[in-house]
Design a binder for this molecule. Sequence first.
Ligand SMILES: NC(=O)c1ccc[n+]([C@@H]2O[C@H](COP(=O)([O-])OP(=O)(O)OC[C@H]3O[C@@H](n4cnc5c(N)ncnc54)[C@H](OP(=O)(O)O)[C@@H]3O)[C@@H](O)[C@H]2O)c1
Length: 304
Amino acid sequence: MKAVVLPAFGDPSQLELRNVSDPSAGPGELKVRMSGASINPVDWKLRSGALQGRMPLELPAILGRDCAGTVLELGKEVSGFKVGDRVMGLVNRGYAELVVAGVDAWAHVPPNLELVDAGALPLVLLTGSQLVEEATKPRAGDALLVTGALGSVGRVAVFAAKALGAKVWAGVRGKQKSEAAKLGADAVVALDDEAEVAALPELDCVADTVGGETIQKLLSKVKRGGTIGSVVGEPPGAKERGLVVHPMLAHPDSKRLAELGRAVAEGRLTLPIAKKLPLAAAAEAHRLAEKGGIGGKIVLVGAS
Ligand SMILES: NC(=O)c1ccc[n+]([C@@H]2O[C@H](COP(=O)([O-])OP(=O)(O)OC[C@H]3O[C@@H](n4cnc5c(N)ncnc54)[C@H](OP(=O)(O)O)[C@@H]3O)[C@@H](O)[C@H]2O)c1
């Protein structure tokens, strides 16, 4: 099969389309012909070598945390799926024509969702929902602010927090405010506007997808005993202020992935796709995604 291989850490030009051996489905695993695989920020952080301290990657490696496609082969002891099913999953080695992962990683793709587009969903759907439901855990009526609310994880976090009955502030850049008004949050706040941040009411919790200075300037707005859920690491100084901090890493959840996939298919949750590129253009995809500000996911297109 063809796959995008990373032979050495460095800039996007390191990514090469190569012929590699086909993977096979072991016990409890599905082999899928990939139709769409998305670029996520963790991919370029891994590619550069920046995460070697925390998430060591052995080279040569195939990147890619999610994809969608058609089931080609079932390993022993697999139930709930059959050859030909349309699935999406939280995987490893997604930038490849064939992708193998344990059955728990996969969920069915709703019939009215394009398979290529479904490849953009698994990591951000699971991360955004788990950030709210497992790390931040607002109660109905709690004042919750999502940082980076117009990002892919942020959009899902806003959706999940509203579903739990929280009062949600979408935290974005000032120039993104009109776009953010469509997110379905109760209010929008420009996180780069000191006066707007100062005018925020006391918050019960923050679901953080940005980190750095952005979360630092919000710490004083969260009530003592309030919670910071984070997908970007623990903010320094938060515990010292009496806040509860829950950093998290996304994990597979087939059932929740299927439910959130239906929300996307039914138009209740919007995750824009900014660009679709062939697998061979992975380097260009990384350059674009890493630059930021493109307003949506980039999907690598595999088999049709
Ligand atoms: N822990 C985990 O399991 C896990 C899983 C998935 C993702 N993540 C992490 O979560 C983060 C978000 O991922 P994503 O896929 O949602 O990325 P994304 O789609 O690029 O979204 C990031 C969003 O944050 C915005 N942003 C960046 N800096 C900001 C600032 N200072 N003020 C306001 N908004 C700001 C961006 O706006 P612009 O586009 O204008 O820059 C963008 O809307 C990444 O760091 C990623 O590595 C963690």
